[in-house]
Design a protein around this ligand. Structure first.
Ligand SMILES: [Zn+2]
Length: 440
């Protein structure tokens, strides 16, 4: 166990009070935060780190992504969602290989770690490969093996297989890995399949990660087919009986919100994707008023193009203020909370997301010495409005360095780039097949 003492830091705790300590110390004992500001006199550090006034804050959580989809970055641009799925993404994914998932995820991990992201909620295929990648690279992750429920044409696997995967993965890698069920969405999965998945979730007490209510067309289709909104469908079929993570949830009415407020749901908005595809704006003020946990995600690089949580944080504030006409919405630390502790809560890492004694030693150092931060009148405003991924100099998860003075500590970047290029070349050279159709 290594004891470390960070000195001369600006500590931004992001707990309820969002304390800021200037020229302060942070003591870490092994994988746990021991103390901040007031350090016990008998603490004996093995290593002292002079932070030189830079900011130490909790690491960021990317609460909805498809990490391996770095292979689709820039592959399907300027298309409506239906053509994005039908003419580009699902054709390319018909040639998906386990190796592509390994290296695509590792490439995403490099981008995420460099940008201060310590954990992600992944919804994709070949999740056993993702579990291996995360076990090795030191991040935290909640893994959902995506299932469409259309047997003959399925990419991936079946629900019974994902049940085995969840049992093997839950709590693995010293608790850095978590897993849940990943039915794709109420608009792509058959009704009876969703009901069966819900029954498994209740029986096994597994969480669920799903897409829902992304477009007005999806709601119209759902009302026409089932006489229920997508959220009413999830509730009716029993998919909200265990903790759930719902990506997007843009087109929700007040009845939907009442349902969500009574369940253990976490809503993840992905502003880049929402804006890029003209999908609309998540009703964050109405959700917050109902005490629904709202977190933030980048979505996959195939849609948002970048895994940049600083951009998502800023766009969240900007889109919400633009849509709801108020300059105070998501003020102060609220955007930072969505990207840190709300995400930790959504992923089930309840001992992470804030700087406090007893919490996991999960933190990042933001180098606020660059010109674009000056002057530092307001440290919270600087973090929300001025920070770019390249300003993150150090990343630590459970006391282990993943990035130290901008050098990756757990990933061989050259090897990852080479593996990625090889897997992508094979995939692009493979014949594609049309295996399903999206219609809104
Ligand atoms: Zn998504």
């Amino acid at each position: 166990m290594v004891n470390r003492l960070f000195e001369h830091a600006t500590l931004v705790t992001l707990d309820d009070e969002s304390h800021i300590y200037n020229d302060a110390s942070l003591a870490i004992a092994g994988d746990t935060i021991l103390a901040l500001d007031q350090i016990p006199t008998d603490f004996r550090p093995d290593e002292r780190i002079d932070v030189g006034g830079k900011v130490i804050m909790p690491g960021l959580y990317n609460s909805h992504t498809h990490a391996a989809m770095t292979f689709a970055r820039g592959f399907a641009e300027d298309l409506p969602l239906s053509r994005w799925f039908n003419e580009r993404i699902w054709l390319l994914e018909s040639a998906l290989t386990p190796d592509m998932v390994t290296w695509g995820t590792q490439l995403a991990a490099i981008e995420m770690i460099r940008g201060g992201i310590i954990g992600f909620a992944d919804h994709y295929f070949h999740m056993d490969k993702v579990a291996d990648v995360v076990a090795q690279n030191g991040m935290r992750a909640l893994l959902a093996w995506a299932v469409f429920g259309r047997d003959a044409s399925e990419v991936g696997t079946t629900v019974p297989e994902t049940v085995d995967f969840i049992h093997q993965t839950q709590g693995a890698a010293n608790g850095r890995l978590r897993a849940c069920l990943g039915p794709h969405s109420p608009y792509m999965c058959p009704e009876d399949f969703l009901a069966r998945t819900a029954a498994v979730a209740v029986r096994e007490q597994f969480g669920i990660h799903i897409h829902a209510a992304e477009t007005a067309g999806q709601v119209e289709n759902s009302l026409r087919l089932y006489d229920r909104t997508p959220i009413e469908m999830l509730n009716h079929l029993g998919l909200l009986e265990t903790p759930s993570l719902i990506a997007h949830a843009i087109h929700v009415n007040n009845i939907d919100l009442e349902i969500l407020s009574r369940k253990r749901v976490n809503i993840v908005q992905c502003p880049s994707t929402h804006m890029k595809y003209g999908m609309g704006v998540t009703r964050v003020p109405d959700m917050m008023a109902r005490h629904i946990n709202v977190a933030l995600g980048t979505d996959g690089a195939g849609s948002s193009t970048a895994l940049n949580m600083w951009r998502e944080m800023r766009l969240a504030v900007l889109t919400q203020r633009q849509a709801f006409g108020t300059a105070t919405l998501l003020g102060g630390s609220e955007a930072l909370h969505m990207a840190t502790r709300n995400g930790a809560q959504a992923l089930g890492f309840t001992n992470s997301g804030i700087l406090a004694p007893g919490y996991a030693a999960d933190c990042i150092i933001v180098d606020t010495t660059a010109t674009h931060f000056q002057p530092l009148h307001d440290i919270i405003a600087a973090l929300v409005w001025c920070t770019e991924p390249a300003d993150v100099s150090d990343v630590m998860v459970a006391g282990q360095w993943l990035l130290r003075e901008r050098d990756l500590q757990t990933i061989d970047e050259a090897e990852a780039r080479e593996g990625f290029e090889e897997a992508l070349a094979l995939m692009l050279a493979s014949p594609y097949t049309h295996f399903q159709t999206y219609d809104d």
